[in-house]
Ligand binder design. Structure first.
Ligand code: DGL
Length: 262
């Protein structure tokens, strides 16, 4: 199985994209809703949670781990890669590669949680991929709780998005990375507020495409993971009331969420 974790429902946007681009590969998902949001926690805390999440997924039979959380990817991926021999895919590299490719003027914006933006990892990787680019980062700490609350179309959410994007609007960016897997759920609002002509990079789609290319070129991994007919499983460490509706809205079908302790 492909193991996927996030602090909450955001990583389900990654799971949905993987289902779409990599059919026949069963998933085991963990949303650590008991501890969300990760983005306002310290790197040490996020690393500890990511470690526990990975242990849980491996026990469920995962043979490859997708860190479907930018906050975890930007603070804990080095630890996880040094600790486990299994393949670990994170959301940051594929989004950076795409942004560096598509930006014409080299002015690239990133929005993410405080942990992601403070890590500086996006900026570092973007500059490595495209040394001439200018990177503008903006932490948006209120957006994850708003999404987890299901406030996707509320006026209040639109106003907060507008406020966060305001500093980026002056920078003539032509590309904006959604550096948090919760943000695809606000994509319409973000696209409207950042303005036409700005290319939006959705890290959930990019990581699914990246995973597809890994599976297409790796016969051993493909043989281990390809198992059409085996149902995917979705675990959460807490079950707050809006989560069922959100999960069903993301997948476009009812999703059985299994409560677990991590
Ligand atoms: N979806 C997570 C991310 O990509 C949100 C982290 C959080 O819980 O703050 O960063």
């Amino acid at each position: 199985m492909i193991g996927i974790f996030d602090s909450g429902v955001g990583g389900m946007t990654v799971a949905r994209a993987i289902e779409q681009f990599c059919p026949g590969y069963p998933l085991v998902y963990l949303g650590d809703l008991a501890r969300t949001p990760y983005g306002s926690k310290s790197p040490a805390m996020i690393t500890e949670y990511s470690h526990r999440n990975t242990e849980f997924l491996l026990k469920q039979g995962a043979k490859l781990i997708v860190i479907a959380c930018n906050s975890a990817a930007s603070t804990a991926s080095t630890f996880l890669r040094s600790h486990y021999s299994q393949a670990i895919v994170d959301v940051i590299f594929p989004a950076v590669t795409r942004a560096a490719e598509v930006s014409k003027n080299g002015r690239i914006g990133i929005i993410g949680t405080r942990a992601t933006i403070n890590s500086g990892l996006y900026e570092q990787r973007l500059l490595a991929a495209r040394p001439d680019c200018k990177v503008y980062s903006q932490a948006c700490p209120l957006l994850v709780p708003l999404v987890e609350e299901g406030w996707l179309d509320r006026q209040e959410t639109k106003m907060i998005v507008k406020k966060y994007l305001h500093p980026l609007r002056d920078k003539q960016i032509d590309t904006l990375i959604l550096g948090c897997t919760h943000y695809p759920l606000l994509k319409k609002t973000i696209a409207t507020r950042i303005g036409r002509g700005v290319h939006i990079i959705d890290s959930s789609v990019e990581v699914a495409l990246h995973l597809k290319s890994i599976l297409d070129s790796g016969e051993q991994l493909r043989n281990e993971l390809y198992c059409p007919g085996t149902p995917s499983r979705f675990f959460v460490s807490d079950l707050p009331s809006p989560v069922h509706a959100l999960a069903s809205a993301i997948f476009g079908r009812p999703v059985l969420l299994e409560k677990t302790d991590v």
